[in-house]
Write a protein that binds this ligand. Structure first.
Ligand code: PGA
Length: 255
């Protein structure tokens, strides 16, 4: 039995306003057991409307990125306090797509994590290796530096609001999932590193798996030691698939 699962949908740059409304209306009444949290992360422009529709906090709403400064001359950016102000509880930071397409590195992500945690947001910090790094036996080195550099100088008190998502880059949006053994080994390593970094707080950090998770593989993945939920892209855009994953988490949390 796991203490808690978080099932998080990362909608990425998908769904216009009407489509976002329709999807949230289709999942809003899903049964959620008390040991499961469900989070959806729409694009910035649709967050307010989604929060308004949900209204009662049964589903949590998160953002997919934020800036590290409170306000000012940063054209196009969104600050952490702007997110909390409209009812956002979580923010995804360090996603591999941000690292790959927007040149975000551990140092920049560190500033963002720090600012978001200080603002009271729960941060889903994404880490994971590329296929090239895995094939060169660099997986643990990469994960370690992402955790150490990404969490550098962050006060331990804040780390209770940190969630880690292990997302092997080669498994994202590809239909390839890491094997159960690969996931178990990586999550155990992340647990050890989080305990080194954050002591007893790190022993409780939720560690999500992300990368082509769907309704067919969720039961196996969510049953693995140290897997505390999933960060789900493609399958979160289809209400039936997302609801099925939530149902599986409900069942596993009651076992
Ligand atoms: P995917 O995306 O489920 O479509 O692989 C996961 C993610 O990028 O968070």
């Amino acid at each position: 039995m796991k203490n808690k699962y978080l099932i998080a949908g990362n909608w990425k740059m998908n769904l216009n306003l009407d489509q976002s409304i329709s999807l949230v209306k289709n999942i809003i009444n899903v049964e959620i057991s008390k040991n499961v949290d469900v989070l959806i992360c729409p694009t910035f422009v649709n967050i307010s409307k989604v929060v308004e529709i949900i209204d009662d906090n049964r589903l949590l709403v998160g953002a997919q990125d934020c800036h590290f400064v409170e306000s000012g001359a940063y054209t196009g950016e969104i600050s952490p306090s702007m997110l909390t102000n409209i009812g956002t509880s979580h923010v995804i930071l360090g996603h591999s797509e941000r690292r790959q397409y927007f040149s975000e590195d551990n140092q920049l992500i560190n500033k963002k994590i720090n600012a978001a945690l200080k603002e009271g947001l729960k941060v889903i910090y994404c880490i994971g290796e590329t296929l090239e790094e895995r094939n060169s036996d660099l997986t643990f080195k990469v994960i370690k530096s992402q955790l150490i550099e990404g969490l550098k100088n962050i006060e331990k008190d804040y780390l209770g609001n940190l969630i880690v998502a292990y997302e092997p880059v080669w498994a994202i949006g590809t239909g390839l999932t890491a094997s159960a053994v690969q996931i178990r080994v990586a999550h155990n390593k992340i647990r050890d590193l989080m305990m080194e970094i954050a002591g007893s707080v790190g022993s409780k950090t939720l560690i999500l798996y992300g990368g082509s998770m769907n309704e067919n593989n969720a039961r196996e993945i969510l049953s693995i030691e140290n897997v505390g939920g999933g960060l789900i892209g493609g399958a979160s855009l289809k209400s039936e698939k997302f609801k099925e994953i939530i149902k599986i988490a409900n069942e596993l949390s009651l076992n």
